[in-house]
Ligand binder design. Structure first.
Ligand code: NAP
Length: 239
């Protein structure tokens, strides 16, 4: 592969699994996240082909500094997450909505803007939305709004930034640290319920999504799409 890929949010979960896959395919990877210890343990796991930066993707100057230091970049992946968990609509406050917007939507846009001056010819951008966009699960109004907004940028950017390719992956329920807001037993119960209601009979792994991201980076004829990787959950429960 021989490419340099920057993964903002690459210190955990889907981003870290993507880094591992891309390194195995011959890429050099730069991962970024806010927590230094998390970054260091991810770098130890990934080995010598990975570099890392402590960066808060909500801070545009932090992002600009990082990309200036990295230099030319072949591909960027954004796996930054906002607040985890669901909230009944009647309890959704302005502050909660703002934290979803500032925690996920704005960083996704800010990372792409900061990377633009450094993107090599033939570069790609891969964003990560969520199945809540276009879904109907009670309690996910804030998640749905922000993830639908991330998805809505994809076709626009694919035209406006062409020939840079811009795509997104929309994951279903994936077993990562995102779910750490639930204690172990509750999390196992929730995953069992979701697995039973999903056609493939399981929740997803971070590598399920990393595989789709690797495809979007590698396929130079694909742009402007959102790939749904949700085990068929959008179809409803199997009988
Ligand atoms: N897991 C699921 O079920 C699921 C389902 C649908 C969609 N998604 C989406 O998939 C993406 C990845 O989630 P995940 O499950 O892999 O979660 P995760 O394991 O919690 O990983 C999130 C990553 O983002 C980093 N991050 C968060 N805020 C950041 C910021 N402001 N600046 C820089 N890095 C930041 C985290 O590191 P630090 O905290 O150290 O900064 C971490 O590396 C998210 O956009 C999430 O919404 C997940």
């Amino acid at each position: 592969m021989g490419k340099k890929v920057v993964i903002v949010g690459g210190t955990s979960g889907i981003g870290l699994a993507t880094a591992g896959r891309l390194i195995a395919a011959g890429a050099t990877v730069v991962i970024a996240g806010r927590d230094k210890d998390r970054l260091n343990s991810a770098l130890a796991e990934l080995g010598a082909e990975a570099q890392g930066f402590v960066v808060d993707a909500r801070d545009e100057q932090d992002l600009a500094r990082m990309f200036a230091e990295i230099g030319p970049v072949d591909d960027i992946v954004v796996t930054v997450t906002g607040p985890a968990g669901t909230t009944p609509f009647r309890e959704v406050t302005r502050e909660l909505l703002q934290s979803h917007v500032s925690g996920k939507l704005l960083p996704h846009i800010a990372v792409v803007q900061a990377a633009l001056p450094h993107l090599a010819p033939g570069a790609s951008v891969t964003l990560v939305s969520a199945a809540s966009a276009g879904g109907s699960m009670p309690g996910t109004a804030a998640l749905a709004a922000v993830n639908a907004a991330v998805e809505a940028t994809v076709p626009v950017l694919a035209l406006e930034l062409a020939p840079v390719r811009v795509n997104a992956v929309s994951p279903g329920v994936i077993d990562t640290d995102w779910w750490n807001f639930l204690p172990g037993d509750a999390r196992a119960d929730v995953f069992a319920g979701i697995a039973a209601a999903t056609p493939v009979g399981r929740v997803g792994s971070a590598d399920d999504i990393a595989q789709a991201i690797e495809f979007l980076i590698g396929n130079s004829f694909t742009t402007g799409i959102v790939v749904r990787v949700d085990g068929g959950a959008r179809l409803g429960s199997p009988q």
